[in-house]
Write a protein that binds this ligand. Structure first.
Ligand code: NAP
Ligand code: F7E
Length: 343
């Protein structure tokens, strides 16, 4: 019998990579998408036309994790072997503007799914998409599964709730419920308002003279950036492990936003010169045109200054390690921009 997976958040970056991975592994994949006034399935539309993917293995259902009835109904209808909860208002800056909605989706959303599992079938395995944002104002470096949480945003706080409610349901009801604590992971399919995609797309457009300038916020935050393709492998491995446990997934390398910009500019053969300090720092091209400027509106009320993970546990117990590094991530993201622009 083929395994059945149900993905909440199927239309997002990770949802699309995970769908493809599970279909390749022979799963029947069900995904939950939200109703929107325009189609929001651009990241998964090609799955239907992929000749390597057999028909009748991929199904979409309407739903929303803020709606208990919808959550319960879809789980009751599909009764999957595995549920991946990737659904989230995932933008940290937006979570300061919409704290209540973020909590309802990112924190209580996980609870709604767990409650439905308890009532429908306790054998359903559950993956919760945890985040390095839970470490926030880090108390040690690098961060591992034992590092205490210190979230710095409504998003981070919501993810901490989702983490602990997952642990609590695992311990209370003996569910196979696991948390992946994933550090930033990017791809060509990353949402356009996240910093890596904004930089790659912005500098590419500047190179081809489609755009004059890129506006950013804090250039000195450091992140441990991986590739989504590697990280969805880890999600799957976490649910195949013999016990339900929590795992940090990361690369163990960190770069600042400014270093990331410099790497992308180098790949595009744009020579840049930095001038000024703080919010007045700017980047100029070789002709003296200002191509990057900082704007206060992109600064956050509280920032996560530095994140760097230690995934020794995942390496040892899951035999997982990232295939991509920062250079191959940037290469992949730039190739996508190139292909999108020559079509
Ligand atoms: P993403 O691209 O923003 O995708 C989020 C998905 O959740 C989308 O399909 C979105 O639907 C859906 N969604 C939002 N609100 C929902 C709701 N109320 N009910 C049902 N679905 C809802 O995020 P991602 O980068 O793929 O990340 C996947 C998960 O991992 C998220 O939970 C995120 O918080 C977490 N995470 C991400 C990273 C990272 O670096 N990417 C790191 C750690 C953890 P629409 O398409 O309709 O908006
Ligand atoms: O910001 C700085 C910003 O929005 C990274 C989500 O997937 O990863 C992601 O959260 C850094 C921050 O990602 C801009 O201040 C500068 O320090 O790309 P980001 P994030 O906040 O780290 C975690 C692990 C998740 O779980 C989240 O769901 O870049 N930054 N200038 C900027 N950030 C943005 N977005 N836009 C700027 O213009």
């Amino acid at each position: 019998m083929k395994k059945k997976a149900l993905i909440f958040g199927v239309t997002g970056q990770d949802g699309s990579y995970l769908s493809r991975l599970l279909l390749k592994k022979g799963y029947i994949v069900h995904g939950v998408k939200r109703r929107s006034s325009q189609p929001n399935t651009f990241r998964i539309d090609d799955i239907y036309s992929d000749p390597l993917i057999k028909k009748n293995n991929f199904y979409l259902h309407y739903g929303d994790v803020t709606d208990s009835t919808a959550v319960f109904s879809v789980i009751k209808k599909v009764v999957p072997d595995e549920i991946y909860n990737l659904a989230a208002q995932s933008h940290v800056a937006v979570s300061f503007d919409m704290p209540e909605y973020t909590t309802n989706t990112d924190a209580t959303g996980a609870l709604r799914i767990l409650e439905a599992i308890v009532r429908i079938d306790k054998k359903i395995k559950f993956y919760q998409a945890g985040s390095s944002e839970m470490f926030g104002k880090v108390v040690e470096s690098p961060q591992n599964e034992k590092t205490p949480f210190y979230p710095r945003s409504p998003y981070g706080v919501s993810k901490v709730y989702a983490h602990w409610i997952t642990v609590n349901y695992r311990e209370s009801y003996k569910l196979f419920a696991s948390n992946g604590i994933l550090f930033n992971h990017e791809s060509p399919l990353r949402g356009e308002t996240f910093v890596t995609k904004k930089i790659v797309k912005g500098l590419f457009n500047i190179k081809i003279k489609k755009q004059k300038k890129l506006f950013l916020g804090n250039l000195y935050a450091k992140r441990d950036w991986g590739h989504a393709e590697d990280y969805v492998q880890a999600m799957w491995k976490i649910l195949q492990y013999k016990n339900p446990e929590d795992f940090v997934i990361c690369t163990g390398r960190q770069y600042s936003i400014k270093q990331f910009i410099n790497l992308v500019a180098k790949s595009l053969k744009i020579q840049i010169r930095w001038k000024g300090k703080g919010i007045d720092e700017k980047a100029f091209d070789k002709d003296g045109n200002c191509i990057i400027e900082c704007k206060k509106k992109y600064l956050r009320p509280a920032e996560v200054d530095t994140l760097k993970g230690d995934c020794s546990k995942a390496k040892k117990l899951l035999n997982w390690k990232p295939k991509h590094d920062i250079k191959s991530l940037i290469k992949d993201m730039l190739e996508y921009e190139y292909k999108s622009n020559i079509q």
